[in-house]
Design a protein around this ligand. Sequence first.
Ligand code: FRU
Length: 545
Amino acid sequence: MKWNGLIIGALICTNLCFAGEMKLKITKSYLNFPVSQMVERKTMSFYLHDKLERSFVIRLSAEPEYWVFADVSEFKNKEIRIVYDGDSAALAKIQLTDEPIGSETMYKESNRPQLHFTTKRGWTNDPNGLIYYDGEYHLFYQHNPYEKEWENMHWGHAVSEDLIHWTELPTALYPDEQGRAFSGTAVIDYGNTSGFGSKKNPPMVAIYTADGIDRQVQCIAFSMDKGRTWTKYPGNPVLDTKENWNSRDTRDPKVFWYEPSERWIMVLNEKDGHSIYSSENLKTWNFESHIVGFWECPELFELSVDGNDDDKLWVMYGASGTYMLGNFDGKEFRPVTGKLACSFGAIYAGQTYNNIPATDGRRIQIGWDRIEHQGMPFKGQMSIPMELTLRTTPSGVRLFCNPIKELDDLQNELVVAAKDLSAEEANRLLNEYKDFETLRIKTTIRFTHSTPIGLDLYGQHIIDYDLNFNRINGFFYSQTDFESKEISTDILIDKTSIQVFFDDGGMSFCLQREPNKNNHQGFLFWGHLEIGVKELEVYTMKSIW
Ligand code: FRU
């Protein structure tokens, strides 16, 4: 390696930077990296006493578009060696700081969502390990801390006391020699079946996929400090099924405790659908059954029908939001319906919370909203947490999803409350708020014909409904009360996204907020033929940050 004579003034003068390599005494908690999407990804590795501690790819650039950071507090007062096989001039620009660069404006950036969780820096996709424990809701998530595109999967981590206000914590799981840390679950092992803790002090156990070069395997890790620090099980992987399925796609374990058989149940995406495995200790898994027709991020949970605890059904759910209802006996899921769906649009990979107290009893889901935030150093967002319920409709029992009631706490006072308006009157009232960054609008539209009706915001259809084609925003939807000639909506407008819940959760749709710059109309209720607005309620909203 060639000495390039650089002295890293911004770090400490004694840290010498060779081409592609530098030694650095960690005196502060954060290491900041200048990055640019214009530059190729190269591998960076951290060594402590010649032991490889972290390795990832990054687009380091001496002319950064934005900065990302790594929490390096675990190496405080130690000297690490950083090896980078890319631009050494850019390596010379990395900075140690007490707070990540950009902290002064964190969460106040121009395109930072104010109702949805987003990570401080980098890319996010699936929610992982959703679990409630000891007063905290944990949100782990697929995270690339080093750029705003998918790579280097880590488990990011945030906690909340109310599912609305989140605090981002340091990375929970790092990639390792088994592979990148792909999606999975967290459970509390109350019986200490894994032996990682005790019954008095039960471990939180994460079950996740390690995405290696030629295979995906299932691994476990445990935490004794409420998810803050994790120890990977030395016996990993606990499940490797590549040979059984002749497929490397075997991933995203969702695990829960099934009381009747006193076993852990894992639903796992494999090849052409979801497999079910069982275990007594989270370490040894037995294959039980398989169901075809899904891809990625399986879910399996039981729900009462119409709130009646004597009438329950199981829901087998996939990343696309499609599901089947059926029965489950601890080994096999037997469907009683075909494939159904209630969430559409930008949402993907929804997961539901484990360990919600029985006194609460709700089934709460968070999904990944595939939403971009123009000009921001982060991408993707977590959906508004939603409560899932099963209700009887003329077409049979169906899944409904609605924003959790805690979202109401973000509402300021009601600024519009009106009934029985013409479309023109409703447009006039609503347009007072057309430039608000966040809003919640509840409305019921009345129509006279089975022809298209809707609501636009700056030329973009928020609602586009056609009772003749039975389509909302392009997707088939059959209303529960299709003779009502009314459609009710609960609309959440954030800086970069809009989510609409139709007919009290019978269908929901998430979309990128994309105003047409040439449109000056703002809000517009419209109909091919006569429409009216039966109800209109508008709330301005507080920020979750
Ligand atoms: C779904 C998914 C999962 C995988 C993860 C990787 O979005 O592809 O199947 O575990 O993302 O980030």
